[in-house]
Ligand binder design. Structure first.
Ligand code: IMP
Length: 461
């Protein structure tokens, strides 16, 4: 029986990019294990600490604490080439990444070049209703996993001939899929509805044209895989063995979520979602740690952002939006796309907090609002003639007009403030209103990019 392990999670309540990396890095100073349990290189976790500024994609943000064992579970999809680049660039900056502090599940599925190709083709085929994916091959790799196809980390360590056979036969299988899809690519200016309206004769003609060669140099790919497998091998293994050992001996475990609750495949704003479960559900299904969860910290910024397509009721296309985008440096870590910015949407946060299992909130980047004279908070949605105060179906937000409460700004810098009591009165009013409307206490408030710019509140249990 375990000695009551202490398990906490950091997850995002809305559309990702909330600053989870910073909070994980902060909390990782006092934990034994950090687990990355979902998503893949679509994530970009920025960490700024005494060692510098880092952008992590798959390596857990606990990597900076030498005491922490970092784990990438089988819930994560791994692009082996990118993972090796990430590991090497950390090592170049004198951050240890070895079998001593990083464990990669041998059961994690791989993202191969054809997944990236399929991701792009899928988006073209979706036409005007594309999802704005990160084009990292996330959806196709998870689809293959669901279809019980594809390659996993342990395949990389097969003897040379077996690896070649497996990769080449997978390649041929994938080329069949891609050829079919390339028929649509040849008509990249047509969306799905237009394609459906073509005559059968025309479709057959396109299908013939689609017999083109998949643009992957298989020999080069095999050589690359051999090289990366040598580097990854010492770190790959049975992650559940390590996780359960830590759990049974009462150690402190921190789950690092990726993406955000509203991008959850099952309960997010389908179809504008990713292909995994970013919240507590994702953590449980990939670790089996169903007991001893203490806190799930639902992270959100003090305002809303979203990248990619999909509805965002509080999106601002005016000077306030530009101000937030510029001051908050709201640019995607992985894709370089400008993030859409808007006022904080408490209905989205409440819904996301519920489906991610959040027990308390972490409000990040409060300082980005410092200079604004007026701040708005969405506390309801007008849908048709009705005003709703909460949602149970996120797709409804497509038709929602936000109902705002307006707050006076505080107009003084908050960076450097170390306690809730010392925050300007108007900032406290704003935060306390968020607590009331969302119905969860705020545990952390971030007022700057660095690790130390974090206010921690002691909450009564
Ligand atoms: P995918 O995960 O690349 O398939 O993209 C699906 C949707 O999730 C798109 O709207 C992406 O912009 C969004 N998305 C995926 N990963 C992240 C992330 O880490 N932060 C924010 N949005 C993300």
């Amino acid at each position: 029986m375990n000695k009551k392990a202490n398990i906490n999670l950091v997850t995002d309540t809305t559309w990702g990019d909330s600053g989870k990396g910073k909070l994980v890095d902060y909390l990782a100073r006092n934990v034994d294990m950090v687990l990355r349990y979902s998503g893949g290189p679509n994530a970009g976790h920025t960490v700024i600490n005494d060692k510098g500024e880092f952008k992590l994609h798959v390596v857990p943000s606990g990597i900076f604490n030498p005491r922490v064992l970092n784990v990438i579970t089988q819930g994560v999809v791994i692009n082996p080439t990118l993972l090796v680049v990430e590991i090497k660039s950390l090592r170049e900056r004198k951050i240890e990444v070895s079998s001593k502090n990083l464990l990669i599940s041998s059961h994690a599925h791989l993202i191969m070049p054809w997944h990236i190709l399929r991701d792009g083709l899928d988006e073209v085929a979706r036409g005007g209703r594309n999802l704005g994916t990160t084009k990292q091959g996330i959806g196709p790799s998870y689809s293959d996993r669901t279809a019980r196809e594809g390659l996993r980390v342990n395949d990389l360590f097969l003897p040379k001939e077996k690896l070649e056979k497996k990769v080449v036969s997978e390649y041929i299988w994938q080329s069949r899929l891609i050829r079919l899809m390339s028929g649509e690519k040849l008509l990249s200016d047509l969306d799905k509805t237009q394609i459906r309206n073509l005559t059968t004769k025309k479709l057959l003609e396109i299908h013939k044209k689609a017999q083109q060669i998949i643009p992957v140099d298989i020999k080069k790919l095999l050589a690359q895989l051999k090289e990366v497998s040598n580097l990854l091998r010492p770190m790959a293994g049975d992650t559940l063995k390590a996780i359960w050992k830590y759990w049974e001996s009462g150690k402190s475990i921190l789950g690092e979520g990726a993406q955000g609750a509203l991008l959850d495949l099952d309960l997010g704003g389908y179809p504008f979602v990713t292909s995994s479960n970013p919240g507590l559900a994702g953590f449980l299904r990939t670790t089996g740690l169903f007991r001893n969860i203490q806190n799930v910290y639902g992270v959100t910024k003090a305002y809303s952002t979203r990248v990619g397509s999909g509805p965002m009721p509080t999106e601002l296309k005016d000077s306030s939006g530009n101000h937030i985008q510029t001051v908050g440096k709201e640019v995607g870590t992985t894709t370089g796309r400008k993030r859409r910015c808007g006022w904080l949407d408490t209905l989205a946060v409440s819904y996301g907090a519920k489906i991610s299992g959040s027990t308390a909130l972490a409000i990040m980047k409060l300082d980005v609002l410092d200079e604004l004279s007026e701040i708005k908070l969405a506390v309801g949605y007008k849908i048709g003639k009705k005003v709703v105060k909460y949602i149970t179906d996120p797709s409804i937000i497509e038709y929602a007009k936000p109902v705002y409460e307006t707050f006076s700004g505080w107009k003084v810098p908050t960076t450097g403030i170390t306690s809730f009591a010392n925050l300007p009165l108007n900032a406290r009013k704003y935060l306390l209103r968020i607590e009331t409307v969302v119905g969860l206490p705020i545990k952390f408030i971030s007022v700057g990019a660095g690790r130390e710019a974090t206010i921690v509140r002691s909450l009564k249990k």
